[in-house]
Design a protein around this ligand. Structure first.
Ligand code: FES
Length: 164
């Protein structure tokens, strides 16, 4: 994840770079979240103006897609797959372990800002269910023990107090 407070000029440049794409709202929102990790409040009126939409219309799109975050994520984002194959292979129990280990629920960030936990609905890694994604890396055949080791590795490499 990058800077949590985007500069207005950077937001505008990104909006302008995507505003002529078909159905530009979604590409713009994806680009903003890719750049800053979330959709800041100040982006909504700027997108609305650029696309000749109301702010409510843009807000409606953001609210409809749970993929879009409205607050900055933690330093690491952990996503536990909640789709069919992973559920059949124990994703419920795995997610319960992850929540307990991190001390947070889904859509929450640990108090130290280290980890945001999110659900995801298929990572394209069904043959290795249950699967999780940690930042950009997908991990299959996940178990509570392997998750604890992954978090310990995050803690060791980032040195930023991931709790598990
Ligand atoms: S169902 Fe979990 S990776 Fe496809």
């Amino acid at each position: 994840m990058t800077t949590p407070l985007p500069k207005t000029a950077d937001l505008d440049a990104l909006i302008q770079a995507h505003r002529t794409l078909p159905g530009a709202t979604l590409p713009i929102l994806h680009a903003i979240q890719d750049a800053w990790g979330y959709i800041p409040d100040e982006a909504l009126p700027r997108i609305a103006t650029a696309l000749n939409l109301s702010r409510a219309e843009v807000q409606g799109v953001v609210s409809f897609y749970h993929h879009f975050r409205r607050t900055p994520p933690g330093r690491h984002v952990v996503q536990v797959c909640r789709a069919e194959s992973c559920l059949a292979m124990g994703a419920d129990a795995l997610e319960a372990h992850v929540r307990a280990a991190l001390g947070i629920d889904v859509h929450q960030t640990s108090a130290d800002g280290a980890v945001t936990l999110e659900p995801v609905y298929c990572l394209g890694n069904c043959a290795c269910s249950p699967s999780i994604r940690v930042d950009d890396d997908i991990h299959g055949r996940m178990s509570p023990r392997r998750f604890d080791a992954l978090v310990a590795e995050l803690r060791a490499t980032s040195g930023k107090g991931v709790t598990a």
